[in-house]
Every structure is written in structure tokens, then in C-alpha cells.
Design a protein around this ligand. Sequence first.
Ligand code: FES
Length: 79
Amino acid sequence: MLDEGEIALRPPTFVVQVGHDEYEVQSLCPHREGWLEHGSVNQHRRTITCPLHFSVFSLETGAQLSGPPCGNLSCRKIT
Ligand code: FES
């Protein structure tokens, strides 16, 4: 719990697990900073969809696959 006047900072990355693989993914969408940890992961395609405007990004490469143009996601496979 925060005290009055404190600011909670969002960690810059979070981990997505797909099968035995883990990906470190930036927390904020490059479009308008949607919280990607609240996005949906497609385990088969290895993609994550932003909950705000539904941009889809590859977890393997970070490439934006669809949605409003905003560039790629910073992510990397860690295991
Ligand atoms: S904030 Fe993620 S698609 Fe707009």
C-alpha cells in the first residue's frame, strides 16, 4: 500500500511464459502505453495483443503484426 504522495512505478518489463519458453517483454505498449501484462497471449502463434487498441506483437521478434502503427515491441526470449 502506498503512502499519500507516493508514486507507484510500473516495472519496465514483465515475463510471459509460453510452454517451456519465457519472454521478457516491455510493460507498456509502444502505441499509447497500454499495459501489456493485461494483454492476451496466443500460445500457438506466440503473440501478445494489447488490451487497449489490440495491436498484436510477435513475442519471438517484437515485430508489430497488426494494429495502429507504432513500431516494434522490445522483447527477448530468456529461456
Ligand atoms: S496502446 Fe497498445 S495498441 Fe494502443
